[in-house]
Design a protein around this ligand. Structure first.
Ligand code: FAD
Ligand code: NAD
Length: 475
């Protein structure tokens, strides 16, 4: 007799494993299937985020930033260190250990919540049956009342620069390099290009980033992008905009990359080339032809606002469906779907999902950019406050950047908050909460912020919207 569960989740990344845990918290019997294999050949839960994305990249960003600050900033604090040296093997050992602890933790969470973690491949068949093929055994058919597809995404490969795992590499390989490349090329100045470019630049690589778009960080507010662009340039990140890569050839001396920009044909030689031009949904072998699942023209599983596919009782969440490819977006979809399955009301507010780039300065935003508000025709006002005028930022020696707030001129509702500067990724949560509650600028103005704190810059930016900033001259 085949096994049956109330809920079967395919994929144990941040979307799938969170959905599984929440469904189990609702008293459902739950199985979560995942086939992820790390470079050491070992299977692990956690998907891209924990194994090859969010977590390892933040580990390296932290290590490389500490190294950079020890080299360039400690002297200002009066700290004498002698020579500072980087031990890449130790840095990578720490990264791997953090990943191991967190991915192992998911197994523990599954046990505590009575989720059956199944290691192997899952395939949705018709009639909400799931074919589970364990890594080391025969396939079995599992019956499910509800199925959640959470199969995630993979790097987009360029035909003109195919990955070879050695010279032309994807973000996962770039996280596991065992030596600092002398010359590092990156195709794509998106989130991965800037974060991983920063890591290796801080450790000594000469980094050149080729970006097809004419505008730097085209998805960010223009004021924020401008500050970030200037600072990255100072750090030695050479971002070439409007660069159309024509081909990349691997030779004895590394990779030769030909591209075209407004000045014509150009070429660079690098030791390693990271291609980071976005990610594509993973759906290979995920469902049978007669399972009833529909893909859109870009390969994403088609879902409605509640992540329901066209098949009753089958949901899809995370990177394999529309919307930003972000771990917290997938996790919240997982919570929503599990709550819906349990018969509760649940919804996602897609308009205020925060975006964070963990560069230095960090960049974070929620809600609309000024250009988006302008295009909407809504009358608006803005205010900003520079970290240069923040006592805490000065004490931290982190004064680059600012907080910018955009509010409605009619009813004072906050429409967007954009931060470039220290701990932007932490500061943005207050803004997300404000937008979730449809707060006004006045609400933020009347909220007491601890002194001295970076969050005071959010408070002051809200005051600046009405020309009432206290610690910086108003316009
Ligand atoms: P995934 O994490 O990709 O997980 C899907 C899982 O499903 C995988 O384990 C896969 O093996 C498994 N699977 C797929 N098909 C099957 C099948 N048929 N059977 C069994 N198992 C299957 N996002 C952020 O929010 N913050 C960050 O700081 C951040 N940093 C990133 C850094 C890098 C370098 C990268 C590459 C990504 C980063 N992201 C970040 C994006 C984030 O990793 C993804 O948005 C997130 O992992 C998506 O979660 P998911 O659960 O939808 O998919
Ligand atoms: P991205 O979409 O952020 O950036 C890709 C960049 O490559 C874009 O700027 C695009 O214009 C450029 N590009 C595309 N084709 C090109 C070409 N042929 N030549 C030159 N440039 C080209 O994608 P990514 O950086 O690969 O990241 C993938 C996903 O992972 C993103 O959706 C992101 O949300 C997620 N991620 C998030 C974080 C974070 O939240 N901090 C970190 C890393 C990754």
């Amino acid at each position: 007799m085949s096994r049956s569960f109330d809920v079967v989740v395919i994929g144990a990344g941040p979307a799938g494993y969170i959905a599984a845990i929440r469904a189990a918290q609702h008293g459902k019997s739950v199985a979560c299937i995942d086939e992820w294999k790390n470079k050491d050949g070992k299977n692990a839960f956690g998907g891209t985020c924990l194994n090859a994305g969010c977590i390892p990249s933040k580990a390296l960003l932290e290590s490389s930033e500490l190294y950079h600050r020890a080299e360039h900033e400690f002297k200002k604090h009066g700290i004498k260190t002698g020579g500072v040296e980087m031990d890449i093997a130790a840095m990578q050992k720490r990264r791997a250990s953090i990943v191991r602890q967190l991915t192992g933790g998911i197994g523990g969470l599954f046990k505590a919540n009575k989720v059956e973690g199944l290691v192997g491949h899952g395939k949705l068949l018709s009639g909400k049956r799931v074919e589970f093929t364990p890594v080391d055994g025969d396939a079995e058919i599992i019956e499910a009342t509800h199925v959640i597809l959470a199969s995630g995404s993979a790097p987009i490969e360029l035909g003109i620069a195919p990955f070879d795992g050695e010279n032309i590499i994807d973000s996962w390989d770039a996280l596991e390099l065992d030596a600092v490349p002398g010359r590092l090329g990156v195709v794509g100045a998106g989130v991965i290009g800037l974060e991983l470019g920063s890591v290796w630049a801080r450790l000594g690589s000469k980094v050149t980033i080729l970006e097809a778009m004419e505008d730097f960080l085209f998805m960010a507010d223009r004021d924020v992008a401008k500050v970030a662009s200037q600072d990255f340039k100072k750090q030695g990140l050479d971002v070439k905009l409007g660069a159309k890569v024509a081909n990349a050839t691997v030779g004895k001396k590394g990779v030769s990359v030909d591209y075209e920009d407004k000045d014509g044909a150009q070429s660079i030689e690098v030791d390693k080339l990271i291609v980071a031009v976005g990610r594509r949904p993973v759906t290979d072998g995920l469902f049978a032809d007669d399972a009833g699942i529909q893909l859109d023209e870009r390969g994403f599983v088609v879902v409605d606002d509640e992540c329901r596919t066209r098949v009753k009782g089958v949901f899809a969440i995370g990177d394999c469906v529309r919307g930003p490819m972000l771990a917290h977006k997938g996790s919240e979809e997982g919570v929503m779907v599990a709550d819906l399955i349990a018969g509760e009301l649940a919804e996602m507010n897609y308009d205020i999902i925060p975006s964070v780039l963990y560069t230095n300065p960090e960049i974070a935003w929620t809600g609309k950019t000024e250009a988006e508000v302008k295009a909407s025709g809504r009358a608006y006002k803005t205010g900003s406050f520079p970290f240069m005028a923040s006592g805490r930022a000065k004490a931290m020696e982190q004064t680059t950047g600012m907080v910018k707030i955009i509010s409605s001129d009619e009813d004072d509702e906050i429409l967007g908050v954009h931060i470039v500067g220290p701990m932007a990724g932490e500061l943005i949560s207050e803004a997300v909460l404000a937008l979730e509650f449809s707060a006004s600028t006045e609400d933020l103005q009347r909220t007491i912020h601890a002194h001295p704190s970076l969050a005071e810059a959010v408070h002051e930016a809200a005051l600046a919207v009405d020309n009432k900033a206290l610690n910086f001259p108003n316009r």
